[in-house]
Design a protein around this ligand. Structure first.
Ligand code: ZN
Length: 92
């Protein structure tokens, strides 16, 4: 699996927008996802001129596909790293 593939995986077609950074159906955390796809081809610029993009997750617990904005991801140990220097914050 390549989370940065230019071609969206088929499971992303049914993804629902999650307003919290976990599965909207069963509440499983991001690290329970069995697949990840990050849509870095079409970033959106926020009010603060920071880029954000859609991150798609395929829940490994209930098979729900969901997505959320990268800017909504909770702070991690990588917070503060420049995005361009850290294109793969999940270490996948
Ligand atoms: Zn789930």
């Amino acid at each position: 699996m390549n989370p940065f593939s230019p071609v969206p995986p088929s499971w992303t077609e049914s993804a629902v927008h999650a307003h919290q950074f976990d599965c909207p159906r069963c509440g499983a955390a991001v690290n329970k996802a069995k697949s990840v796809w990050i849509n870095r081809r079409s970033p959106v610029y926020t009010e603060a001129h920071r880029r954000k993009w859609q991150e798609f997750y395929h829940c490994g617990e209930c098979e729900t596909a969901w997505w959320a904005w990268s800017s909504d991801r909770p702070p991690t140990e990588w917070s503060g790293a420049k995005e361009d220097e850290n294109p793969n914050p999940f270490g996948i």
